[in-house]
Ligand binder design. Structure first.
Ligand SMILES: Nc1nc2c([nH]c(=O)n2[C@@H]2O[C@H](COP(=O)(O)OP(=O)(O)OP(=O)(O)O)[C@@H](O)[C@H]2O)c(=O)[nH]1
Length: 132
């Protein structure tokens, strides 16, 4: 089974809410809510991947020193095994905007369960809730 490394981040605002992005129509798992991020490219660190993805997907800037490791997901999908470190980030520059026409939502930790997420993300919800 191919192991795919995807880097993801819980952006946390001043009210302790977490940013979720909805996967657009036409993509796999369309309509599900996920943490911003994406596939780590060859030669890239997970942190640099997130800095790039946040710039591309949300139009915001952050820095290596603002990305704290929180937990990870390890989940077998039908065609690949996902290994996904989840970082926490409380500091960035700019206001997250949906550059790639995905819906965005700031969600309180105790409301995360109400948003359908990819199966790999489900075990992350209580961890995030307990930690926040
Ligand atoms: N960014 C992100 N990806 C996630 C999460 N949970 C999860 O299973 N994934 C999976 O990790 C992969 C991330 O790939 P990507 O964002 O770079 O690329 P993509 O959706 O265009 O790829 P795809 O269409 O090939 O699935 C996808 O297969 C996505 O479904 C999550 O919380 N955040």
């Amino acid at each position: 089974m191919k192991v795919v490394l995807v880097s993801a981040v819980a952006l946390i605002d001043a009210d302790g809410r977490v940013l979720l992005a909805q996967r657009p129509e036409g993509k796999s798992m369309a309509g599900l809510w996920e943490f911003p991020g994406g596939k780590v490219e060859p030669g890239e660190t997970p942190e640099n991947c997130l800095i790039r993805e946040l710039r591309e997907e949300l139009g915001i800037e952050t820095w290596n020193s603002c990305l704290a490791p929180l937990t990870f997901a390890s989940h077998s999908y039908a065609d690949f095994h996902l290994l996904m470190p989840l970082f926490a980030c409380r500091k960035w520059q700019g206001i997250p905007k949906p550059v790639e026409n995905q819906a965005l939502k700031w969600v309180a930790p105790n409301k995360l369960r109400e948003y359908p997420m990819p199966p790999a993300d489900i075990p992350l919800i209580p961890i995030l809730r307990d930690w926040l």
